[in-house]
Design a binder for this molecule. Structure first.
Ligand code: F0G
Length: 469
């Protein structure tokens, strides 16, 4: 059959609060044109993030009731640890309340001021955790990963030549960690090939640089490997996952993504000296090592989620439904990042709104327009998120994207048909969209709380966008 159906039935439903265009115009003004400031009940289709927004299964909810809330030695921890280790065979598994807590603990132990942490592309909290230590977060994704129209099957791959050259230039002693993010969220949800993970692991081993994986969307990445990489068509997803992690010294994970849970994360590693230090910080800031920052019931939900997330039927539906949205937009001429990633469709706002220069935030303008026209909440990933430099200056981001992240098992195909219709409608009137300016911003991670307003200049008089991707 051509139609790929959702591999679940719906037992419990949540209302969507409808709103008119006029109401949304006033709601977004009240929110100072920052979509993070909108109360979620004023949103029709919430594609702000796929993080912590998944629909849990009946078996996960059952696990919530079984969760054992003992301070130490909870059987829920043992079930969690077993489920994680089944897929990620590391020696130590440290639960945290979410992914960034695992990052903060790891970097706090491993990274010193002035050092360099490498990644294909750092996610924003990962970068911020590194920069807050006075270290540098360096992105080494392949060139195709920065070209929105390149059809490379693994646009999340790291450029191994640049990696080798960087190590030669700065010295391995100044690189406490090299990471790879699967899938490459800030680069468009693009997968990394096993061949690339193997090559990076080899280079790191040669230079004694610990190699960690930012594992948030490991199952989606494994599905892409199964579909696109030679030799894996008949390999079970869980075997591909184990192969990925067997090449690394550890990982940080947000269970809010491919844990299909609403909260949680972990840090996993093999190095006993690091583990001891990490555990001590964990006890200081997160909790006792058998619960981290979590309840026993969260640990149960994650353990069950990990069993479900590697199932073929689930991944087939998951990746096909994201691709469905991207394909319909592409066929209508809307510039989307290709190939479509795993958890999100990324609109190329720079190509969508060529009359708005990067420093006038075309991504923010487009995200606000999608909200006003259709109540859709997406997220700018571009100059607003990455334009502010550590030295205080501002530069165009490498790309100006609007991410429409699709929560797992939450929306149906008709919700997605509506999303496509709204975007095509906005595309039809794109010339009328204006750029934006920032009225107020915090010193870091400004996209969460900055206040915006429209620019009123006539963009036809402005220089066309010349920023290179
Ligand atoms: N790494 C990646 C690649 C992520 O996408 C995220 C979160 C984190 C680390 C941090 O995990 O939220 O549990 O602390 N990404 C979410 C998003 C917030 O919307 O993409 P966390």
């Amino acid at each position: 059959m051509k139609t790929i159906i959702e591999p679940f039935r719906i037992k419990s439903v949540e209302p969507i609060y409808m709103s008119s265009r006029e109401e949304r115009e006033s709601y977004i003004k009240d929110a100072h044109y920052n979509l993070f400031a909108l109360p979620s009940q004023r949103v029709l289709i919430d594609l702000l993030t796929d993080s912590g927004t998944s629909g849990m299964s009946a078996a996960q909810w059952a696990g919530i009731m079984i969760g054992d809330e003992s301070y130490a030695g909870s059987p829920s921890y043992l079930r969690f640890e077993k489920a994680v280790r089944h897929l990620m065979p590391f020696r130590y598994i440290i639960p945290t309340h979410q992914g960034r807590a695992a990052e903060r603990i790891l970097f706090g132990v491993a990274v010193k001021k002035g050092q360099y942490v490498l990644n294909n592309t750092h996610f924003d909290t990962t970068r911020a955790n590194i920069e807050s230590l006075g270290a540098f977060a360096v992105d080494l994704v392949i060139d195709e990963g920065l070209d929105p129209s390149s059809m490379h099957p693994f646009k999340g791959d790291m450029n191994t030549e640049k990696l080798t050259a960087f190590i030669a230039d700065k010295g391995a002693e100044n690189i406490p960690l090299c990471m790879i993010t699967i899938t490459n969220n800030s680069g468009g949800g693009q997968p990394v090939s096993l061949e690339n993970i193997r090559a990076v692991s080899k280079i790191c081993k040669k230079h004694h640089i610990p190699f960690f994986i930012d594992a948030c969307r490991f199952a989606e990445n494994a599905w892409f490997i199964k579909m696109r990489e030679d030799g894996y068509k008949n390999t079970p997803v869980s075997d591909i996952v184990r192969e990925i992690f067997s090449l690394a010294d550890g990982c940080t994970m947000s269970a809010k993504k491919d844990g299909i849970a609403n909260m949680g994360g972990w840090l996993a590693l093999n190095n006993p000296a690091w583990e001891e230090q990490c555990r001590n910080i964990l006890i200081l800031t997160e909790g006792f090592p058998t619960y981290g920052g979590l309840s026993g019931r969260d640990l149960e939900a994650i353990a069950q989620g990990l069993e479900e997330v590697v199932q073929d039927d689930y991944l087939h539906y998951r990746i096909a439904s994201t691709e469905y949205v991207g394909r319909h937009l592409h066929e209508a001429g809307v510039p989307v990042l290709l190939p479509v990633g795993g958890h999100a469709v990324y609109l190329d706002a720079r190509a969508f709104l060529p009359h708005i220069p990067s420093l006038h935030y075309p991504g923010q303008s487009l995200a606000v327009a999608l909200y006003i026209e259709g109540g859709i909440r997406g997220c700018e990933i571009g100059t607003v998120m990455f334009g502010r430099q550590p030295n205080g200056t501002e530069q165009p981001g490498k790309m100006d994207l609007v991410r429409l992240a699709i929560p797992r098992r939450v929306y149906t195909q008709s919700h997605m048909d509506y999303v496509v219709e709204v975007i095509i409608d906005v595309f039809g009137k794109r010339d009328s969209l204006q750029g934006m300016k920032i009225i107020e911003e915090p010193p870091s991670l400004r996209h969460f709380t900055a206040r915006f307003d429209w620019r009123t200049e006539d963009h036809s008089k402005l220089e066309k966008n010349t920023a290179v991707g």
